[in-house]
Design a protein around this ligand. Sequence first.
Ligand code: BDP
Length: 328
Amino acid sequence: MTLTSVMRAALLSSVVFTVGTGAAAAAEWRGWNIHPEGYPNSDALEQFAQEVTEKTDGRVEATVYHNAVLGAQPDAIEQTRNGALDFANFNMGPMGPIVPATNVLSLPFLFDDLEHMHTVMDGEIGQLFADALEEKGLVALSWFDSGARSFYNTERPIRTPADMKGLKVRVMNNDLYVDMVDALGGNATPMAYGEVYQSLKTGVIDGAENNYPSFDTSNHYEVVPYYSVTQHLIIPECLCIAKASWQALSEQDREIVREAAIRAAETQRELWADSSAASRERVEEAGVEVNKVKDKSAFQEAMTPVYDDFIDAHPELESLVSAIRGTK
Ligand code: BDP
């Protein structure tokens, strides 16, 4: 090699080096979202992506993919854990099989109302759940609302547990929900969200359970005439970052991302209440019969074996359940 070719090689490699660490360092973040555009979570995720991209001066370019186009929720959780996806809004229901402590949040009638859930999740207990998620590769930066989930079906209004008898009900991917529906006398079928509409329409299942905005935007209300306000589950959702993507950030960018996530949750919660009321109105106008459940205590009592079996299987989580119940 002549001197000039050595110098040329050195120069080229330094150019490559510079490009590799400088201009090309923008991280392209892909964000998973199950909901369509216009859903409160979708608006909040868009706000998050925009704020992160702007405030990091493009060091991070974040894009949200709506409508579960990047996969069903259990797959997306795996993909975010292994860094194939960078951020997402996940419900704690399908998180249970991966992060056992989060199953506590899927215990029926655990929270009194949304406010109770906020107090718990925004405090020290919420941080415990965030720590458990981080051990499995997910950095939870803020908590979204998901309202209260109630049963809906094609057969009849649910007023007492006896009305659940024999109904084939879709649940999210978590055995706790199978136990919950069994304890009420129904037959539970875990199924991906995206398959529920067709399954309801063709009679593969008789019903499912969800909050008003999801019942509305999934169009399930088009094929289901009865929505019964059991409000058996109040499950928080996270705005989660893949741990690998988080660790690749500078301290300064982590702060930007953290603040953007907190602001996104504020937006989501503000939008939630209005959206819930609007969805309720919309489904009723479309002809869905919404019935109140006068006496929820029969449903709550039916959950005793679900709690007992859960605590038998996870005695280490009993104190967490009591701590949540005791939080006011
Ligand atoms: C919605 C949640 C979403 C769940 C869906 C479901 O926001 O994360 O995947 O319910 O029932 O309310 O699968």
